[in-house]
Design a binder for this molecule. Structure first.
Ligand code: TYD
Length: 437
Protein backbone atom coordinates (compact mmCIF):
# COMPACT_ATOMS: atom_id res chain seq x y z
CA UNK A 1 0.00 0.00 0.00
CA UNK A 2 1.29 3.41 -0.93
CA UNK A 3 0.90 5.54 2.20
CA UNK A 4 2.21 8.68 0.59
CA UNK A 5 -0.54 10.83 -0.77
CA UNK A 6 -0.12 12.30 -4.20
CA UNK A 7 1.52 15.60 -3.28
CA UNK A 8 -0.75 17.69 -5.45
CA UNK A 9 -4.06 16.07 -4.51
CA UNK A 10 -5.96 16.76 -1.31
CA UNK A 11 -7.82 13.46 -1.36
CA UNK A 12 -6.56 10.18 -2.77
CA UNK A 13 -10.09 8.81 -3.19
CA UNK A 14 -13.18 10.73 -4.30
CA UNK A 15 -16.53 8.97 -4.11
CA UNK A 16 -19.19 10.89 -6.03
CA UNK A 17 -22.92 10.67 -5.91
CA UNK A 18 -24.38 10.61 -9.44
CA UNK A 19 -27.74 12.47 -9.65
CA UNK A 20 -27.44 16.13 -8.75
CA UNK A 21 -23.67 15.87 -8.30
CA UNK A 22 -22.21 14.69 -11.61
CA UNK A 23 -25.35 14.74 -13.73
CA UNK A 24 -28.42 16.87 -13.88
CA UNK A 25 -31.09 14.24 -13.92
CA UNK A 26 -34.10 16.31 -12.93
CA UNK A 27 -35.81 16.30 -16.30
CA UNK A 28 -35.54 12.56 -16.92
CA UNK A 29 -36.52 11.64 -13.36
CA UNK A 30 -39.38 14.14 -13.24
CA UNK A 31 -40.88 12.94 -16.52
CA UNK A 32 -40.50 9.30 -15.53
CA UNK A 33 -42.16 9.85 -12.13
CA UNK A 34 -45.01 11.66 -13.87
CA UNK A 35 -45.30 8.78 -16.35
CA UNK A 36 -45.54 6.26 -13.50
CA UNK A 37 -48.11 8.31 -11.60
CA UNK A 38 -50.26 8.80 -14.70
CA UNK A 39 -50.18 5.07 -15.50
CA UNK A 40 -51.24 4.36 -11.91
CA UNK A 41 -54.16 6.76 -12.36
CA UNK A 42 -52.87 9.20 -9.71
CA UNK A 43 -53.01 12.99 -9.97
CA UNK A 44 -50.00 14.61 -11.67
CA UNK A 45 -47.90 16.57 -9.20
CA UNK A 46 -46.40 19.99 -9.98
CA UNK A 47 -42.68 20.64 -10.55
CA UNK A 48 -41.91 21.41 -6.88
CA UNK A 49 -43.29 18.07 -5.79
CA UNK A 50 -41.48 16.24 -8.62
CA UNK A 51 -38.18 17.76 -7.47
CA UNK A 52 -38.51 15.97 -4.14
CA UNK A 53 -38.24 12.63 -5.95
CA UNK A 54 -34.69 13.35 -7.08
CA UNK A 55 -32.11 11.70 -4.87
CA UNK A 56 -33.80 9.61 -2.17
CA UNK A 57 -34.81 5.98 -2.85
CA UNK A 58 -37.86 5.98 -5.12
CA UNK A 59 -39.89 3.40 -3.25
CA UNK A 60 -39.85 5.56 -0.15
CA UNK A 61 -40.62 8.67 -2.16
CA UNK A 62 -43.71 7.13 -3.75
CA UNK A 63 -44.88 6.13 -0.25
CA UNK A 64 -43.99 9.35 1.54
CA UNK A 65 -44.67 11.97 -1.11
CA UNK A 66 -47.62 10.37 -2.90
CA UNK A 67 -48.91 8.36 0.06
CA UNK A 68 -48.94 4.97 -1.72
CA UNK A 69 -48.90 1.71 0.18
CA UNK A 70 -45.88 -0.54 -0.38
CA UNK A 71 -47.31 -2.83 -3.11
CA UNK A 72 -48.48 0.20 -5.13
CA UNK A 73 -45.14 1.94 -4.64
CA UNK A 74 -43.33 -1.18 -5.92
CA UNK A 75 -45.53 -1.19 -8.99
CA UNK A 76 -44.83 2.54 -9.50
CA UNK A 77 -41.08 1.92 -9.34
CA UNK A 78 -41.42 -0.77 -12.03
CA UNK A 79 -43.37 1.56 -14.33
CA UNK A 80 -40.92 4.38 -13.64
CA UNK A 81 -38.03 2.16 -14.68
CA UNK A 82 -39.76 1.18 -17.93
CA UNK A 83 -39.40 4.78 -19.02
CA UNK A 84 -36.29 5.88 -17.15
CA UNK A 85 -34.12 2.94 -18.24
CA UNK A 86 -34.95 3.46 -21.90
CA UNK A 87 -35.46 7.15 -22.58
CA UNK A 88 -35.35 8.95 -19.22
CA UNK A 89 -31.60 8.67 -18.57
CA UNK A 90 -30.81 10.17 -21.96
CA UNK A 91 -32.49 13.37 -20.80
CA UNK A 92 -29.57 13.85 -18.37
CA UNK A 93 -26.71 16.29 -18.85
CA UNK A 94 -23.38 16.47 -17.10
CA UNK A 95 -22.91 19.66 -15.07
CA UNK A 96 -20.57 22.03 -16.92
CA UNK A 97 -17.00 21.57 -15.72
CA UNK A 98 -17.48 18.03 -14.35
CA UNK A 99 -15.75 16.37 -17.32
CA UNK A 100 -12.75 18.65 -16.87
CA UNK A 101 -12.68 18.03 -13.10
CA UNK A 102 -12.81 14.22 -13.32
CA UNK A 103 -10.14 14.23 -16.01
CA UNK A 104 -7.90 16.37 -13.78
CA UNK A 105 -8.46 14.07 -10.79
CA UNK A 106 -7.54 11.02 -12.86
CA UNK A 107 -4.46 12.76 -14.21
CA UNK A 108 -3.34 13.24 -10.58
CA UNK A 109 -3.82 9.55 -9.83
CA UNK A 110 -6.91 10.02 -7.66
CA UNK A 111 -9.18 6.98 -7.36
CA UNK A 112 -12.62 8.04 -8.59
CA UNK A 113 -15.71 6.08 -7.56
CA UNK A 114 -19.43 6.63 -7.97
CA UNK A 115 -21.88 5.50 -5.28
CA UNK A 116 -25.46 5.85 -6.43
CA UNK A 117 -28.91 4.83 -5.34
CA UNK A 118 -29.68 3.99 -8.99
CA UNK A 119 -29.47 0.41 -10.21
CA UNK A 120 -25.96 -0.13 -11.58
CA UNK A 121 -27.27 -1.11 -15.05
CA UNK A 122 -28.77 2.27 -15.80
CA UNK A 123 -26.04 4.10 -13.85
CA UNK A 124 -23.37 2.54 -16.02
CA UNK A 125 -25.39 3.42 -19.17
CA UNK A 126 -25.39 7.03 -17.95
CA UNK A 127 -21.65 7.03 -17.26
CA UNK A 128 -20.89 5.54 -20.68
CA UNK A 129 -23.46 7.69 -22.48
CA UNK A 130 -21.82 10.85 -21.17
CA UNK A 131 -18.20 9.74 -21.41
CA UNK A 132 -17.72 9.64 -17.62
CA UNK A 133 -16.84 5.94 -17.70
CA UNK A 134 -13.38 7.07 -18.88
CA UNK A 135 -12.59 8.28 -15.38
CA UNK A 136 -14.64 6.13 -13.01
CA UNK A 137 -12.65 3.31 -11.41
CA UNK A 138 -15.56 1.81 -9.53
CA UNK A 139 -19.34 2.07 -9.71
CA UNK A 140 -21.43 0.94 -6.76
CA UNK A 141 -25.21 0.78 -6.66
CA UNK A 142 -27.86 -1.14 -4.74
CA UNK A 143 -28.77 -4.73 -5.40
CA UNK A 144 -31.66 -4.86 -7.94
CA UNK A 145 -34.25 -5.77 -5.26
CA UNK A 146 -32.91 -3.51 -2.54
CA UNK A 147 -35.15 -0.46 -2.37
CA UNK A 148 -33.74 0.85 0.88
CA UNK A 149 -30.14 1.29 -0.20
CA UNK A 150 -28.11 2.60 2.70
CA UNK A 151 -25.74 5.27 1.42
CA UNK A 152 -23.08 4.58 4.06
CA UNK A 153 -22.96 0.93 2.93
CA UNK A 154 -22.66 1.99 -0.71
CA UNK A 155 -19.84 4.44 0.07
CA UNK A 156 -18.04 1.82 2.17
CA UNK A 157 -18.21 -0.59 -0.76
CA UNK A 158 -16.88 2.08 -3.12
CA UNK A 159 -13.77 2.76 -1.00
CA UNK A 160 -10.76 0.84 -2.28
CA UNK A 161 -8.56 -1.04 0.14
CA UNK A 162 -5.76 1.18 1.35
CA UNK A 163 -7.56 4.50 0.91
CA UNK A 164 -5.63 7.10 2.93
CA UNK A 165 -7.70 10.24 2.77
CA UNK A 166 -11.05 9.62 1.06
CA UNK A 167 -14.03 11.89 0.71
CA UNK A 168 -17.62 11.65 -0.46
CA UNK A 169 -19.16 14.35 -2.64
CA UNK A 170 -22.93 14.63 -2.88
CA UNK A 171 -25.89 16.98 -3.14
CA UNK A 172 -28.24 15.38 -0.61
CA UNK A 173 -28.22 15.07 3.17
CA UNK A 174 -28.09 11.28 2.84
CA UNK A 175 -24.78 11.43 0.96
CA UNK A 176 -23.14 13.53 3.66
CA UNK A 177 -24.65 11.49 6.49
CA UNK A 178 -23.33 8.32 4.85
CA UNK A 179 -19.84 9.82 4.71
CA UNK A 180 -19.98 11.05 8.32
CA UNK A 181 -21.17 7.64 9.51
CA UNK A 182 -17.97 6.19 8.05
CA UNK A 183 -15.84 8.95 9.57
CA UNK A 184 -14.78 10.44 6.23
CA UNK A 185 -15.15 13.97 4.85
CA UNK A 186 -18.55 14.68 3.30
CA UNK A 187 -18.52 17.53 0.79
CA UNK A 188 -21.91 19.00 -0.08
CA UNK A 189 -22.58 20.60 -3.46
CA UNK A 190 -25.13 23.40 -3.57
CA UNK A 191 -25.86 23.22 -7.31
CA UNK A 192 -27.77 19.93 -7.00
CA UNK A 193 -31.13 19.10 -5.48
CA UNK A 194 -30.46 19.19 -1.72
CA UNK A 195 -29.67 22.75 -0.73
CA UNK A 196 -27.71 24.43 2.04
CA UNK A 197 -29.86 23.72 5.09
CA UNK A 198 -30.25 20.03 4.28
CA UNK A 199 -26.50 19.63 3.77
CA UNK A 200 -25.56 21.65 6.84
CA UNK A 201 -27.99 19.69 9.00
CA UNK A 202 -26.38 16.48 7.75
CA UNK A 203 -22.97 17.70 8.97
CA UNK A 204 -21.20 18.52 5.70
CA UNK A 205 -17.44 19.02 6.14
CA UNK A 206 -17.64 21.85 3.62
CA UNK A 207 -19.94 23.13 0.90
CA UNK A 208 -19.21 23.95 -2.74
CA UNK A 209 -21.35 26.56 -4.43
CA UNK A 210 -20.58 25.39 -7.97
CA UNK A 211 -18.34 23.03 -9.93
CA UNK A 212 -15.51 25.52 -9.96
CA UNK A 213 -15.56 25.77 -6.14
CA UNK A 214 -15.66 21.97 -5.97
CA UNK A 215 -12.64 21.80 -8.30
CA UNK A 216 -10.80 24.18 -5.96
CA UNK A 217 -11.55 21.91 -2.98
CA UNK A 218 -10.53 18.70 -4.70
CA UNK A 219 -7.55 19.92 -6.72
CA UNK A 220 -6.14 22.45 -4.26
CA UNK A 221 -4.15 25.34 -5.66
CA UNK A 222 -2.82 23.30 -8.56
CA UNK A 223 -3.08 24.97 -11.90
CA UNK A 224 -5.71 23.18 -14.00
CA UNK A 225 -4.48 20.66 -16.54
CA UNK A 226 -3.61 22.07 -19.91
CA UNK A 227 -6.56 21.45 -22.18
CA UNK A 228 -6.63 19.39 -25.36
CA UNK A 229 -6.05 20.72 -28.84
CA UNK A 230 -7.84 18.77 -31.56
CA UNK A 231 -7.84 19.78 -35.21
CA UNK A 232 -10.23 18.58 -37.90
CA UNK A 233 -8.85 18.28 -41.42
CA UNK A 234 -10.12 17.17 -44.81
CA UNK A 235 -10.66 18.30 -48.34
CA UNK A 236 -13.49 20.71 -49.09
CA UNK A 237 -16.74 18.73 -49.07
CA UNK A 238 -15.51 15.94 -46.77
CA UNK A 239 -18.17 16.72 -44.16
CA UNK A 240 -15.70 17.58 -41.38
CA UNK A 241 -17.53 20.77 -40.36
CA UNK A 242 -20.70 18.78 -39.56
CA UNK A 243 -18.61 16.38 -37.47
CA UNK A 244 -16.95 19.27 -35.71
CA UNK A 245 -20.29 20.74 -34.70
CA UNK A 246 -21.55 17.41 -33.41
CA UNK A 247 -18.30 16.84 -31.51
CA UNK A 248 -18.62 20.23 -29.86
CA UNK A 249 -22.22 19.54 -28.79
CA UNK A 250 -21.29 16.14 -27.43
CA UNK A 251 -18.29 17.33 -25.42
CA UNK A 252 -20.29 20.23 -23.98
CA UNK A 253 -22.99 17.78 -22.84
CA UNK A 254 -20.20 15.67 -21.30
CA UNK A 255 -19.25 18.58 -19.04
CA UNK A 256 -16.20 20.08 -20.76
CA UNK A 257 -15.33 23.66 -21.48
CA UNK A 258 -15.23 23.55 -25.30
CA UNK A 259 -13.80 26.20 -27.64
CA UNK A 260 -15.02 25.68 -31.20
CA UNK A 261 -13.00 27.67 -33.69
CA UNK A 262 -11.74 27.68 -37.28
CA UNK A 263 -8.94 28.63 -39.64
CA UNK A 264 -8.48 30.87 -41.38
CA UNK A 265 -10.33 33.01 -38.83
CA UNK A 266 -11.40 32.37 -35.26
CA UNK A 267 -10.95 35.94 -33.98
CA UNK A 268 -11.75 39.36 -35.46
CA UNK A 269 -8.34 40.12 -37.02
CA UNK A 270 -8.02 36.63 -38.47
CA UNK A 271 -11.59 36.71 -39.78
CA UNK A 272 -10.70 39.86 -41.68
CA UNK A 273 -7.66 38.14 -43.16
CA UNK A 274 -9.94 35.24 -44.08
CA UNK A 275 -12.15 37.56 -46.08
CA UNK A 276 -9.17 38.73 -48.11
CA UNK A 277 -7.97 35.18 -48.75
CA UNK A 278 -11.27 33.65 -49.76
CA UNK A 279 -12.74 36.60 -51.64
CA UNK A 280 -13.13 35.75 -55.34
CA UNK A 281 -12.04 39.36 -55.90
CA UNK A 282 -8.57 38.32 -54.69
CA UNK A 283 -7.95 36.43 -57.95
CA UNK A 284 -4.28 36.83 -58.87
CA UNK A 285 -3.04 36.50 -55.29
CA UNK A 286 0.40 34.86 -55.41
CA UNK A 287 1.02 31.56 -53.68
CA UNK A 288 3.52 33.31 -51.40
CA UNK A 289 1.05 36.00 -50.40
CA UNK A 290 -1.62 33.36 -49.78
CA UNK A 291 0.72 31.24 -47.65
CA UNK A 292 1.81 34.21 -45.56
CA UNK A 293 -1.77 35.36 -45.05
CA UNK A 294 -2.84 31.93 -43.79
CA UNK A 295 0.15 32.01 -41.42
CA UNK A 296 -0.60 35.59 -40.34
CA UNK A 297 -4.18 34.70 -39.54
CA UNK A 298 -2.91 31.66 -37.63
CA UNK A 299 -0.44 33.70 -35.57
CA UNK A 300 -3.20 35.94 -34.22
CA UNK A 301 -5.58 33.02 -33.71
CA UNK A 302 -3.02 30.96 -31.76
CA UNK A 303 -2.10 33.88 -29.52
CA UNK A 304 -5.56 35.24 -28.94
CA UNK A 305 -7.78 32.15 -28.88
CA UNK A 306 -6.05 28.77 -28.90
CA UNK A 307 -3.31 29.22 -26.29
CA UNK A 308 -5.50 31.06 -23.73
CA UNK A 309 -8.20 28.39 -24.07
CA UNK A 310 -5.69 25.57 -23.56
CA UNK A 311 -4.26 27.32 -20.52
CA UNK A 312 -7.77 27.56 -19.09
CA UNK A 313 -8.06 23.78 -19.49
CA UNK A 314 -10.54 23.90 -22.38
CA UNK A 315 -10.86 21.46 -25.24
CA UNK A 316 -10.12 23.36 -28.43
CA UNK A 317 -11.77 21.97 -31.55
CA UNK A 318 -10.28 23.69 -34.56
CA UNK A 319 -11.58 23.47 -38.12
CA UNK A 320 -8.21 23.15 -39.96
CA UNK A 321 -4.69 24.04 -38.80
CA UNK A 322 -1.13 23.80 -40.20
CA UNK A 323 -1.88 20.49 -41.95
CA UNK A 324 -4.18 22.42 -44.28
CA UNK A 325 -1.28 24.69 -45.20
CA UNK A 326 0.79 21.56 -45.90
CA UNK A 327 -1.90 20.09 -48.14
CA UNK A 328 -3.11 23.26 -49.90
CA UNK A 329 0.01 25.43 -50.04
CA UNK A 330 2.93 22.96 -49.84
CA UNK A 331 1.33 20.51 -52.31
CA UNK A 332 -1.65 22.27 -53.92
CA UNK A 333 0.41 25.41 -54.64
CA UNK A 334 3.68 23.47 -54.85
CA UNK A 335 5.39 25.68 -52.25
CA UNK A 336 7.11 22.67 -50.69
CA UNK A 337 6.97 21.33 -47.14
CA UNK A 338 10.09 23.14 -45.86
CA UNK A 339 8.83 26.60 -46.76
CA UNK A 340 5.48 25.94 -45.12
CA UNK A 341 7.14 24.60 -41.98
CA UNK A 342 9.44 27.64 -41.75
CA UNK A 343 6.69 30.20 -42.38
CA UNK A 344 4.43 28.61 -39.81
CA UNK A 345 7.02 28.32 -37.08
CA UNK A 346 6.55 31.89 -35.78
CA UNK A 347 2.78 31.57 -36.28
CA UNK A 348 2.38 28.56 -34.00
CA UNK A 349 5.42 28.98 -31.77
CA UNK A 350 5.72 25.19 -31.97
CA UNK A 351 2.14 24.49 -30.90
CA UNK A 352 0.85 21.23 -32.42
CA UNK A 353 -2.53 19.58 -32.04
CA UNK A 354 -2.70 16.69 -29.57
CA UNK A 355 -4.90 14.91 -32.07
CA UNK A 356 -5.81 15.55 -35.69
CA UNK A 357 -8.76 13.85 -37.34
CA UNK A 358 -8.45 13.60 -41.10
CA UNK A 359 -11.82 13.07 -42.78
CA UNK A 360 -10.88 10.95 -45.74
CA UNK A 361 -13.18 11.09 -48.75
CA UNK A 362 -12.13 10.41 -52.32
CA UNK A 363 -11.54 13.67 -54.21
CA UNK A 364 -14.20 12.67 -56.76
CA UNK A 365 -16.88 12.15 -54.10
CA UNK A 366 -15.87 15.34 -52.28
CA UNK A 367 -16.03 17.35 -55.51
CA UNK A 368 -19.48 16.11 -56.42
CA UNK A 369 -20.73 16.89 -52.90
CA UNK A 370 -19.27 20.35 -53.17
CA UNK A 371 -20.84 21.11 -56.53
CA UNK A 372 -24.27 20.71 -55.04
CA UNK A 373 -23.36 22.97 -52.08
CA UNK A 374 -22.99 26.73 -51.72
CA UNK A 375 -21.34 29.30 -53.99
CA UNK A 376 -17.63 28.40 -54.27
CA UNK A 377 -15.05 30.72 -52.65
CA UNK A 378 -11.69 31.51 -54.27
CA UNK A 379 -10.05 28.27 -53.04
CA UNK A 380 -13.01 26.17 -54.09
CA UNK A 381 -12.77 27.50 -57.64
CA UNK A 382 -9.48 25.71 -58.18
CA UNK A 383 -9.32 23.03 -60.86
CA UNK A 384 -9.35 19.28 -60.45
CA UNK A 385 -5.55 18.92 -60.54
CA UNK A 386 -5.24 21.24 -57.58
CA UNK A 387 -7.86 19.23 -55.66
CA UNK A 388 -5.97 16.00 -56.39
CA UNK A 389 -2.66 17.50 -55.26
CA UNK A 390 -4.31 18.69 -52.02
CA UNK A 391 -5.70 15.21 -51.42
CA UNK A 392 -2.24 13.67 -51.97
CA UNK A 393 -0.81 16.28 -49.62
CA UNK A 394 -3.19 15.17 -46.89
CA UNK A 395 -2.25 11.53 -47.49
CA UNK A 396 1.39 12.45 -46.88
CA UNK A 397 0.50 14.38 -43.71
CA UNK A 398 -1.29 11.27 -42.42
CA UNK A 399 1.66 9.03 -43.30
CA UNK A 400 4.25 11.35 -41.81
CA UNK A 401 2.44 11.88 -38.48
CA UNK A 402 1.13 8.47 -37.52
CA UNK A 403 0.90 9.24 -33.81
CA UNK A 404 -0.93 12.52 -34.07
CA UNK A 405 -3.12 12.15 -37.16
CA UNK A 406 -5.96 9.63 -37.33
CA UNK A 407 -7.84 8.82 -40.49
CA UNK A 408 -11.64 8.79 -40.39
CA UNK A 409 -13.54 7.11 -43.23
CA UNK A 410 -15.82 9.98 -44.28
CA UNK A 411 -17.78 8.05 -46.90
CA UNK A 412 -20.62 6.82 -44.62
CA UNK A 413 -23.66 8.54 -43.18
CA UNK A 414 -23.25 11.39 -40.70
CA UNK A 415 -23.96 8.95 -37.83
CA UNK A 416 -21.53 6.30 -39.10
CA UNK A 417 -18.78 8.88 -39.43
CA UNK A 418 -19.62 10.29 -36.00
CA UNK A 419 -19.26 6.85 -34.40
CA UNK A 420 -15.60 6.98 -35.48
CA UNK A 421 -15.23 10.60 -34.36
CA UNK A 422 -16.64 9.77 -30.91
CA UNK A 423 -14.28 6.82 -30.37
CA UNK A 424 -11.23 8.84 -31.38
CA UNK A 425 -12.22 11.70 -29.09
CA UNK A 426 -12.75 9.25 -26.24
CA UNK A 427 -9.26 7.87 -26.64
CA UNK A 428 -7.81 11.37 -26.67
CA UNK A 429 -9.65 12.19 -23.43
CA UNK A 430 -8.64 9.04 -21.60
CA UNK A 431 -5.87 9.49 -19.06
CA UNK A 432 -3.53 6.82 -17.75
CA UNK A 433 -4.81 4.13 -15.44
CA UNK A 434 -5.06 5.02 -11.76
CA UNK A 435 -2.15 3.85 -9.67
CA UNK A 436 -3.11 0.75 -7.74
CA UNK A 437 -3.95 1.57 -4.16
P1 TYD B 1 -13.50 27.00 -45.31
O1 TYD B 1 -14.75 27.54 -45.89
O2 TYD B 1 -13.29 27.15 -43.87
O3 TYD B 1 -13.30 25.52 -45.79
P2 TYD B 1 -14.16 24.26 -45.41
O4 TYD B 1 -15.51 24.73 -44.98
O5 TYD B 1 -14.18 23.48 -46.66
O6 TYD B 1 -13.37 23.62 -44.34
O7 TYD B 1 -12.33 27.71 -46.13
C1 TYD B 1 -11.07 27.48 -45.87
C2 TYD B 1 -10.36 27.28 -47.18
O8 TYD B 1 -9.02 27.65 -46.99
C3 TYD B 1 -10.39 25.83 -47.62
O9 TYD B 1 -10.54 25.78 -49.02
C4 TYD B 1 -9.01 25.36 -47.28
C5 TYD B 1 -8.16 26.58 -47.33
N1 TYD B 1 -6.99 26.61 -46.43
C6 TYD B 1 -5.70 26.64 -46.97
O10 TYD B 1 -5.53 26.61 -48.18
N2 TYD B 1 -4.64 26.72 -46.12
C7 TYD B 1 -4.78 26.78 -44.79
O11 TYD B 1 -3.79 26.84 -44.03
C8 TYD B 1 -6.12 26.75 -44.24
C9 TYD B 1 -6.33 26.83 -42.76
C10 TYD B 1 -7.20 26.67 -45.11
Amino acid sequence: MDQKMNASARYDVCVFDLDGTLTQSGIGIGRSVRYALEKMGRPTPDEDVLRRYIGPPLLESFMQIDGMDEPDARRAVEIYRERYNTVGWRENAVYPGIGTLLRALKARGVFVAVATGKPTGVASDILAGFGLDLYVDKLVGPHPDDHHADKAALIAEALPEGAVHPCMIGDRGGDVEGARALGIDGIGVLYGYGGRSELEAAGATCLAEDVSALSGLLLGDDPVNRGLFISFEGTDGSGKSTQLKKASEMLTAWGYDVTLTREPGGCPISERIREIILDVGSAGMTAECETLLYAASRAQHVAQVIRPALERGAIVLCDRFVDSSMAYQAYGRRMGEDVIARINEPATGGLEPDLTLFYDMSPEAAMSRRRSASVPDRMERENEDFVLRVYDGFQRVVRENPRRVRRVDASGTVEEVFDQTRELLRSALAVGKTKKL
